[in-house]
Design a protein around this ligand. Structure first.
Ligand code: IDP
Length: 164
C-alpha cells in the first residue's frame, strides 16, 4: 500500500466557509472558482447578514480576547457569503486553501492561498473555515439552522456502517 491515493480515502466531511466583508461581494467569483477547482461540492450557499447576536454566538470561543468586539462588529457590519463545502477531508482541505490566519504572513508563506491573495491583514482576512468536525457542525447550525446541520450529518455514519 505504498500508493496513498486509494488505499484509505479521506472520509467525506462538511465544513462551513464564509466570505467575509472585506472580500464580499468583490472577490466572490474568484473565491468560488478556487473552491470548485479544488473539487469541493458546494452543498448550500447563501448571502447572510449576521446580527450582532449571531456574530457573538458564532465567535463565542473568542469571548474575552482583545479582538473579539471588533471581530463581532465587523462580521455583522455588512453581508457575507456563507457556504457548506463537502469533499473527502474537507475541513483540513478548506483551511489549507484559505491559508494562515494573518493575510500579510500568508503572502510570505502561502502566496497562492485565498487569504494571501484576497485578504488584507491579521483581522480582515477574506474567509473563514471551521477548524474541526465539532465546530463545523456547530457553525453550520448557527448559520443555516440546526435542522439543516443535523440533516447532513448521517452520511458519515452511514458510510462507516456500510463498510463494517
Ligand atoms: P482562524 O479564522 O484562522 O481560525 P482564529 O484564531 O479562530 O483564526 O480567529 C478568528 C478570526 O478572528 C480570524 O480569522 C481573524 O478575522 C480574527 N483574528 C484572529 N486573531 C486576531 C488578532 O490577533 N487580531 C485581530 N483579529 C484577529
Amino acid at each position: 500500500f505504498g500508493n496513498a491515493v486509494s488505499a484509505h480515502p479521506d472520509p467525506i466531511e462538511f465544513t462551513l466557509a464564509l466570505i467575509k466583508p472585506d472580500a464580499y461581494p468583490a472577490k466572490k467569483d474568484d473565491i468560488l472558482q478556487r473552491i470548485r477547482a479544488e473539487g469541493f461540492t458546494i452543498v448550500k450557499e447563501s448571502e447572510v447578514h449576521f446580527s450582532a447576536d449571531v456574530a457573538k454566538e458564532f465567535y463565542k470561543e473568542h469571548v474575552g480576547k482583545p479582538f473579539y468586539e471588533t471581530l463581532v462588529g465587523w462580521m455583522s457590519s455588512a453581508p457575507i457569503y456563507a457556504m457548506v463545502l463537502s469533499k473527502g477531508g474537507a475541513i483540513k482541505a478548506w483551511r489549507a486553501l484559505a491559508g494562515p490566519t494573518n493575510s500579510e504572513k500568508a503572502r510570505e508563506t502561502s502566496p497562492t492561498s485565498i487569504r494571501a491573495m484576497y485578504g488584507k491583514d491579521g483581522s480582515e482576512n477574506a474567509v473563514h473555515g471551521s477548524d474541526s468536525l465539532e465546530s463545523a457542525k456547530r457553525e453550520i447550525g448557527v448559520v443555516f439552522g440546526h435542522d439543516f446541520a443535523a440533516s447532513i450529518e448521517p452520511p458519515v455514519a452511514a458510510a462507516s456502517s456500510a463498510a463494517s
